[in-house]
Design a protein around this ligand. Structure first.
Ligand code: GLU
Length: 524
């Protein structure tokens, strides 16, 4: 510890007198009144305008833990070092989360939730540290720091501002005044008393008991440029005063946990429980090896990709749920639970290393999910998607809801034999394009048997039931000495342009008499 600063100097180094005492902050944001096991979690993205799949993955964990324990899930916007358009980026995060069924419980009492609006809180805590001699104003310039760094490198020391390299660590009040009178704005640094030859032991919920070297760096708490906090200091203040109990974050933050623990202990604040999750990996198509999802190479790293292509959001939740809660799929197949939201997620079971994200597996979950949907729900999902993301063509397809319903109802009446070829809302509409005259592409390559098609037209009756209809086809086959399947294939290609379709009788029923006759005539 070092001598604390006077109130007058504290106000000068921070640019203004702090608004609150620590006791006032404790009173303003008291411990929450929740059942003992209730978890308070938060998703704390930086608003970049891009939502990573990894962000969705960790907010699913956050939300699930809060929801199943009767706790609270917060959304905190870490906007202290962004000059970008924050509002749009935040709207994107909120609307994306909502689409996956994730809603925050941000309650006014513990807000604001934008870090850029919490300066008073950070400054009040920083003031207390300055008072207690646990922090100090540092006037090193960028050039001076670069020089220190170069010297450290050439002498083989670890780089950073620590110990003997922290020039202003023990700066006197007189020298502080001199710098301030000179018009300089200091950064506020932690006065670290950590010793890296000693180790901190703590329990990571996923990784178990861990020991990491103590931190000796006098890290920046408040930046000189805008007097906003660094990530580390904001994490300390926010997770304490928002009364967060569980910090779920990517494994890339594991390296700074010693520092965070040091700060919580220094404040004598209850340490949150940490859950450092593994990043999502994929199998690289070219090399066949497992690697991290990449923003540059992998479209699926962006949550917007799934929304734009119309993947069922619930299926993505199911699949991610199965990655983060091993055993979920089994429980679901056994019928023990219906959805991921009903499954008890055990924090200790969250995978510690690379969860593998495989688009093929997602396809399976999507097919199963859509296969189990009712026709009205399917129609609604496809329609909502087309109206929000679809092109003119797709919007046209959903405009006549009755026709779309008839199209999508094909082969869905027998629950044991539901078709499983729909994967996304977009692809569903694409598969069914031939039902719309504007989109139908006649097959001009196919060698139609005109006699067969003419015979079909001569006694086609849309009112025939399925048996009567089939008997007529059999009769045509006999007459021309071809197989039943050949007759059906001629009709199938004439009507759809394709050799592979769902049930032909249903297709004709949905298309209606005029359309069937016209297409068959055209084929002839
Ligand atoms: N803003 C950080 C991020 O986007 C938050 C990390 C944390 O959850 O503490 O990764």
């Amino acid at each position: 510890m070092r001598p604390g600063l006077s109130e007058d100097l504290i106000a000068r180094v921070l640019g203004a007198a702090p608004k609150y005492t620590l006791a006032e902050l404790e009173e303003k944001f008291p411990p929450r009144e929740l059942p003992e096991d209730a978890m308070v979690t938060r998703f704390a993205p930086s608003p970049t305008g891009y939502m990573h799949l990894g962000g969705l993955y960790s907010s699913l964990i956050d939300y699930k833990l809060a929801q199943q324990s009767g706790g609270i899930f917060l959304l905190r916007i870490e906007d202290t070092d962004t000059k970008r358009e924050v509002k749009e980026a935040v709207d994107l995060i909120i609307s994306s989360l909502n689409k996956f069924g994730i809603k925050n419980n941000n309650d006014e009492k513990y807000g604001p939730y934008y870090q850029s609006q919490r300066k008073d809180i950070y400054h009040s805590v920083a003031a207390e540290l300055l008072r207690r001699g646990r922090a100090y104003p540092c006037f090193l310039t960028q050039e001076e720091m670069d020089e220190i760094r170069e010297n450290q490198k050439s002498a083989g020391f670890a780089t950073g501002i620590y110990g003997e390299f922290a020039r202003d660590r023990d700066i006197s009040a007189e020298d502080i005044i001199k710098h301030l009178d000179n018009g300089e704005t200091p950064t506020i640094r932690l006065y670290s008393t950590g010793d890296p030859t000693k180790r901190i032991i703590f329990k990571d919920t996923v990784r178990g008991s861990i020991s990491v070297p103590e931190n000796n760096e006098d890290i920046v708490l408040i930046k000189s440029t805008d007097r906003l906090p660094t990530y580390h200091f904001a994490h300390l203040c926010d997770d304490h005063f928002m009364r967060v109990t569980h910090v779920v974050r990517g494994e890339e933050y594991f390296g700074t946990v010693a520092l965070h623990i040091q700060m919580f202990r220094m404040m004598e604040w209850q340490l949150p429980k940490y859950i450092h999750t593994a990043t999502l990996d994929k199998i690289d198509e070219e090399t066949g090896t497992q690697r991290k999802l990449s923003k540059r190479k992998d479209p699926e790293n962006n949550v917007a990709f799934f929304l734009q292509d119309g993947w069922p959001t619930d299926a993505l939740v199911e699949y991610l749920g199965n990655i983060l809660a091993p055993g979920y799929e089994e429980a679901k197949l056994k019928g023990a639970v219906k959805t991921f939201w009903d499954y008890e997620l055990r924090p200790k079971k969250i995978p510690m290393s690379g969860g593998l994200f495989d688009m093929k597996k997602l396809e399976w979950w999507a097919k199963e999910y859509i296969g189990a949907m009712s026709v009205p729900d399917l129609v609604k999902s496809v329609t909502d998607w087309a109206n929000e993301y679809g092109d003119e063509k797709q919007k046209m397809q959903v405009a006549d809801s009755d026709y779309l319903t008839a199209v999508l109802a094909i082969e869905r009446d027998n629950p044991k034999r539901v078709r499983k070829d729909f994967i996304t809302w977009k692809q569903t509409l694409e598969i069914e394009e031939f039902f719309w005259d504007e989109l139908f592409v006649p097959n001009t390559e196919y060698a139609y048997n005109k006699d067969v098609l003419n015979a079909f037209l001569s006694n086609f009756n849309i009112a025939d039931d399925k048996d009567t209809w089939w008997n007529k086809i059999v009769a045509i086959a006999e007459k021309f000495g071809v197989k039943n399947g050949d007759v059906a294939m001629n009709l199938r290609v004439a009507l759809s342009g394709r050799t592979n379709t769902p049930d032909l009788y249903s297709i004709m029923q949905v298309m209606g008499e005029t359309r069937v006759i016209n297409r068959v005539k055209n084929a002839i």
